[in-house]
Design a protein around this ligand. Sequence first.
Ligand code: CS2
Length: 432
Amino acid sequence: MSGTTLGVRESPAPPVRIVHMGLGAFHRSHLAWYTAHASDAAEWGIAAYTGRSAGLADDLTAQDGLYTLIVRSPAGDEAERIGSIVRAHPGTDIPSFVNDVAAPTTGIVSLTITEAAYADEQASLDRTLLADSVGEALASVRPVTAIGRLVLGLEARRRADSGAIALVSCDNLPENGEVLRHAVRAVAAGVPGLVDWIDAHVSFVSSSVDRITPRLSGDEVAELAERYGDRAPVVTEPFSDWVIAGEFPAGRPQWEAAGVRFTDELEPWEARKLWLLNGAHTLLASLGRLHGHHTVSDAIADADCLRAVEAYWDEACRHLPPELGLREYRLALLDRFRNPRIRHLLAQIGLDADTKMRVRIVPVAERERSAGRSADACAKVVAAWLAIDGRGTDRSSVESTIADLSPVLGADAGFVEAVLASRRSVDDLTLR
Ligand code: CS2
């Protein structure tokens, strides 16, 4: 592919039937890749919207939506041109978004809007805004949150009588479809009749997504742009997994041809991924940085970090069904974390740390404590987070931060004590 310029499709662009919210690197290494590899890929195109910014949308538009996906293994790179994204828009292009969601040809809206966006405090503003806009032309309404924009699109779809649709969450939250249902219904509640329409026409699909895709630095993008003639390249790892539970009333791509697994029992897979992969990431983001490391591969090479990860995995695995192949998954994770050619910054993983702690570490700690065990490894994760965040070391502030993560753990004197004890040892790291 070297030396070629993007912008010319080898085959006609597929018709838009998927609308994506949260266009970024992960969407392009995951859902867009699976869609391009579905057996009926020619029938499923994506109109993708960024969170807000125009930069990536402009770059992709200049390339007719095409981009290069570079799969980076320790042995080398394999580059592939992906054509499933047909249009790219900035998230602020609300009129196009609303039209796309309302179109009868659209069957799916997928989301990678980050964990924190489902509990956006500004959602209540959007609820009022949407309630006040009843009867108005929707094109002039400007919700401020992603959920607000989605609800506006659904209201437009209802008015257009375009029928049922599936919403697919790809964010790292347990039961992400249910979390989305809750968030959407809360914002829709101000618009008369909309919640009933949603209940009858919208399927909330849950899914567990798994592919490490770090954000690239400016230098990395410049180097790849030069090599591939692509202004918006994506680098990802060889591993990829997607498990989905839910109905698609308006159809879906034949994703199983690309390796997607459909199940009625998502919860164990979701917990395996959230607790083991994401939980270890969250641990390394704090403990690794306390040790002075910047990337996952550097942190996992540190004996203290590796020990902490293994101890935390031992605690988590006591609460996962053994038939999920836990040993193999752990070994594969170590290889994935060690991939020296994937530069995954700990600081990137450390964003929104409290939301991540709640869904990755807290469930394991609560289960360990209620089984009568110390949860020392989880306590160390909490302690490292408190230290990297520069939180107070006195008992009452530690207690209240833990209570904010989990009322159960905050009221558990034994767990608070374990965190305080761990805190003393991790604080030594910062003093070195
Ligand atoms: C990471 C995830 O940034 C983070 O919090 O744990 O983005 C992780 O790389 C993905 O979930 C892998 O699928």
